[in-house]
Design a protein around this ligand. Structure first.
Ligand code: 6PG
Length: 476
C-alpha cells in the first residue's frame, strides 16, 4: 500500500501547484487534487519526478490518501469558492483534521469559517501566503492563523516550505481566528503604499526631469545599495529596463490604469473602522481608483490645460532628494501599518507579536526589505512604542530626510505633479509632531451646530456653550 501523504493541496492553479511542488521538493509526501483533473495530470506529468506526489481524481480518494490528522491546504479563489470546497470536504473529514486556506481571503470570512468548523470539530487555519508564483515555489512568507494546536501539526512542513532569512523561517504562528489573513491583508496594504511611492518617484524623474525609463532604472538599481534595498525597488529597475519587441521601453506602452483585487481596500476599510490614521495606504488605494478614471482624466486634461514643466537638468542632489522623500514616506507607511496591527490586535484580542511579523516579512514576500530588520530590532528590544516614528532610528532617519522631503513635495505641487502618498505622508508627519493642532476649532463648530460638547485645556469635564441663547457655558 502506498505511503500516506503528509499534506494535501486542493486547487492546482499556479499558486497551488507551486506550493505542492515546494512541499514535495522539501521531502514531504503531497496529495494533490484539482476539480479539473487535467491540471492534476499536467502537474504530475511535468513535475511528478520532483518528489512524492499522490494524485487523486475524487475528493474521497484525495482525503483518504493523507495521513491523520489530515492537513489540507486549499488554494482556490477567495470568496464563495472557499465555502464551497469546505462543504465538499466536510463529509469526508474526521475530528481533528485541519483545513488551511492559503488564499487572500477576507479576515472576517476566515473568522466565520474558523468558528463554523470548530463547531464541527474540524480545525481551520487561515494562512496568508506572500511571494507570488515564484515565492510559492522557492519559499514564500507565510502567516498562519488558527489554533496553536492545529499549527503544531503543520509547523514542521510550512517552516521548511517558507523562505529562510539568516537561518530563520519566514513563517510563524500569528494568532487565533482570521489573524493570519488580517496580517497578510495589512502586508498587501503596505505593498500598495510601497508601490505608489515608487510610481511617484518615477513620475518625478520622468515628468520634471525628462528622464527615460532606462535612466530611471539605473537610479533604482543604485538605491538597492542602501536603506531602500528591497524586492519592489529591485523589480522596479527590471520593469523600467525592459525593452519590448517595438524596441522601446515596455513601461511606456503599458496602460496607466491600476487594477486591484481588494486587499488594499480592505486594509483601508478596516483602518477606518478602527479609527487608525492609515493615510499612506488609503491614498494608495485612492490613487489606483483615480488611475481607473481614464476617460475622465483625458477629458480633464483638455479642460484644465497645464503647461508641461520645463524639463530640468537632473543633479545628484535632485536624485538624493527624491530618495529621501521616498524613504521618509516609506517609514510613515510602515509606522502606520504597524500601528494599525497594534490596534487590531488589541481590538480583536489576538496578541500579535509584531517583531515576529516584521521578521517573517524579511524574506519571501512582496514587501521584503532590508528595512524590516530595523523594525524587527525595535520590537525585539521593546522600544517600538505605540508608533515606530517615535523610535530613535526612525525618528533620526525621518528628521534627516525632512528638508529634502519638503523640497520634493513642494516642487511636485508647484509643477502640478500628483504625489498623493509623498504629500499625505508629510501631512501626517506634520500633524503628528504638533502637540496642539487645529481640532479645537472643529470641536467648537461641532458644539455650535450640534451641541456635541468640548473639553477645555484649563479644567476637566465636558462643556457646551449656549451659542444661540445667552452665550453662557454650561457643564455638559
Ligand atoms: C503577495 C501579493 C499577492 C497578489 C496581490 C495583488 O503577497 O504575494 O500581494 O497576494 O499579487 O494580491 O493585489 P492587487 O491585485 O490588489 O494589486
Amino acid at each position: 500500500m502506498q505511503q500516506l501523504a503528509d499534506i494535501g493541496v486542493l486547487g492546482l492553479a499556479v499558486m497551488g501547484a507551486n506550493l505542492a511542488r515546494n512541499a514535495a521538493r522539501k521531502g514531504f509526501g503531497v496529495a494533490v487534487f484539482n476539480r479539473n483533473g487535467a491540471r492534476t495530470d499536467e502537474l504530475i506529468g511535468e513535475h511528478g519526478s520532483e518528489g512524492r506526489f499522490t494524485p487523486s481524481k475524487t475528493i474521497p480518494d484525495f482525503v483518504a490518501s493523507i495521513a491523520k490528522p489530515r492537513a489540507i491546504i486549499i488554494m482556490v479563489k477567495a470568496g464563495q469558492p472557499v465555502d464551497q470546497v469546505i462543504e465538499e470536504l466536510l463529509p469526508h473529514l474526521e475530528t481533528g483534521d485541519i483545513i488551511i486556506d492559503g488564499g487572500n481571503s477576507l479576515y472576517t470570512d476566515t473568522n466565520r469559517r474558523f468558528h463554523y468548523l470548530k463547531e464541527r470539530d474540524i480545525k481551520f487555519i487561515g494562512m496568508g501566503v506572500s511571494g507570488g508564483e515564484e515565492g510559492a515555489l522557492e519559499g514564500p512568507s507565510m502567516m498562519p492563523g488558527g489554533t496553536r494546536e492545529a499549527y503544531a501539526r503543520i509547523e514542521p512542513i510550512v517552516t521548511k516550505m517558507a523562505a529562510q532569512v539568516d537561518g530563520e523561517p519566514c513563517c510563524a504562528y500569528i494568532g487565533t481566528e482570521g489573524s493570519g489573513h488580517y496580517v497578510k491583508m495589512v502586508h498587501n496594504g503596505i505593498e500598495y503604499a510601497d508601490m505608489q511611492l515608487i510610481t511617484e518617484a518615477y513620475d518625478l524623474f520622468k515628468t520634471v526631469y525628462g528622464l527615460e525609463a532606462p535612466a530611471i532604472a539605473d537610479i533604482f538599481a543604485e538605491w538597492m545599495k542602501g536603506d531602500l534595498d528591497s524586492y519592489l525597488i529591485d523589480i522596479t529597475s527590471a520593469v523600467l529596463r525592459k525593452i519590448d519587441s517595438t524596441g522601446k521601453p515596455l513601461v511606456d506602452s503599458i496602460v496607466d490604469e491600476a487594477e486591484q483585487k481588494g486587499t488594499g481596500r480592505w486594509t483601508a476599510q478596516s483602518a477606518l473602522d478602527l479609527g487608525v490614521p492609515l493615510t499612506s495606504i488609503t491614498e494608495a488605494v485612492f490613487a489606483r481608483a483615480l488611475s481607473g478614471r481614464r476617460a475622465q482624466r483625458a477629458e480633464a486634461e483638455k479642460l484644465f490645460p497645464h503647461a508641461a514643466p520645463a524639463k530640468r537638468q537632473i543633479t545628484q542632489a535632485d536624485i538624493d532628494a527624491v530618495k529621501d522623500a521616498l524613504y521618509a514616506s516609506k517609514i510613515v507607511a510602515y509606522a502606520q501599518g504597524f500601528e494599525h496591527l497594534t490596534v487590531a490586535s488589541e481590538q480583536f484580542g489576538w496578541d500579535l507579536k509584531l517583531g515576529e511579523v516584521a521578521s517573517l516579512w524579511r524574506g519571501g514576500c512582496i514587501i521584503r526589505a532590508r528595512f524590516l530588520n530595523r523594525i524587527r530590532d525595535a520590537y525585539d528590544a521593546g522600544v517600538a512604542g505605540p508608533n515606530l516614528l517615535l523610535q530613535d532610528y526612525f525618528r533620526d532617519a525621518v528628521s534627516k530626510a525632512e528638508p529634502n522631503w519638503r523640497k520634493v513635495v513642494g516642487l511636485a505641487i508647484e509643477q502640478g505633479i500628483p504625489v498623493p502618498a509623498f504629500s499625505s505622508s508629510i501631512a501626517y508627519y506634520d500633524g503628528l509632531r504638533r502637540a496642539r493642532g487645529p481640532a479645537n476649532l472643529l470641536q467648537g463648530l461641532r458644539d455650535y451646530f450640534g451641541a456635541h460638547t468640548y473639553g477645555r485645556l484649563d479644567k476637566p469635564g465636558k462643556f457646551h456653550t449656549r451659542w444661540s441663547q445667552d452665550g453662557s457655558e454650561i457643564d455638559a
